[in-house]
Design a protein around this ligand. Sequence first.
Ligand code: APR
Ligand code: ZN
Ligand code: ZN
Length: 361
Amino acid sequence: MVHKVQGVIVREKNAPATIETILVPEPGPGEALVDILTSGVCHTDLHYQQGGISDDFPFLLGHEATGIVNSVGPDVTEVKPGDRVILNWRAVCGECRACAKGQPQYCFNTHNATQKMTLEDGTELSPALGIGAFIEKTLVAAGQCTKVDDESDAAAIGLLGCGIMAGIGAAINTGEVKRGESVAVIGCGGVGIAAIQGSQLAGATTIIAVDIDQAKLDRALELGATHAVNSRNEDPVEAIRALTGGHGADVVIEAVGRPETYKQAFYARDLAGRVVLVGVPTPEMMLELPLLDIFGRGGSLKSSWYGDCLPSRDFPMLVEQYKLGRLNLDAFVSERIGLGDVEAAFAKMHAGTVLRSVVEL
Ligand code: APR
Ligand code: ZN
Ligand code: ZN
């Protein structure tokens, strides 16, 4: 049986996101059909609309989601119908070179559903990040489903599926923040705030929020930062050094994605400090640095892709931290919207007035 459901697509570059009828096949081998409960609106969905990620239009948007497994295909052992799951876009293959080296967070053969969801005229859809979750039911690889307990608010825990995981993971996985350390987070949007919460979870004692927008800094202070630096008014590198005994931070997390903030992150680290780059730059951005400054300060420079997360390890652990009240995922849910409000949510995201709009189905 083919399921006829409503979903949000973008037909061509810069076309508006519209609700269409979509045909979703029954799950085949290794696949799961998931009834979506919630899906957060992420910058990546907007980038798909703008053609910045791929030309493979039309796209089925949405990828930061929770749902309930409706049915599974043959040979699926990961999940069963009725399981509450968070979807992920890194279902590791277990066989590629990265997986063989014990670094599945770099798996380059991640699994997605092999069957296609289509429009009624047969046009095949490209699901955003291999998920496509602004839809009543979606088809994914079973490995894209991580079972979590079913008591927590779906809108909140679903955010672990992408941007919030990227920020938390930048601190706890890539940056390996340890108790008592100092962390500076440059850029306090959703990803930066998540990095602040991750640093707090890891036991950092000095957490310095840096942004050019005072409202973002005020919120950062409410959500775990111990200090705030407005880099419109003061030099953030000097301010971070002053707040860390003149040294610089043990870990600096860049969550903007611009050359000037990459540079600030680089200079704000302590000798042998770790710089974590989670902000995504555009292809034309360049940065020139004296080699002696790279050499002389030691430490490490690491980029963080999806927070170096392993969904089956990190999602259930973070849901537990949320249930214990140590991780404030509720703070990220700025508004709950319907499928028809995605375009308006993009505008709010662009204006910076929301941390996350979450589509509820
Ligand atoms: N210095 C400091 N902060 C800045 C600067 C700057 N020069 N320019 C922008 N910012 C701040 C903004 O004020 C905002 O608070 O950076 C924040 C960016 O937040 P969002 O636009 O909400 O983006 P977010 O979802 O947090 O993602 C940040 O991480 O994963 C990546 O692709 C994502 O590159 C993006 C980055
Ligand atoms: Zn692999
Ligand atoms: Zn995302």
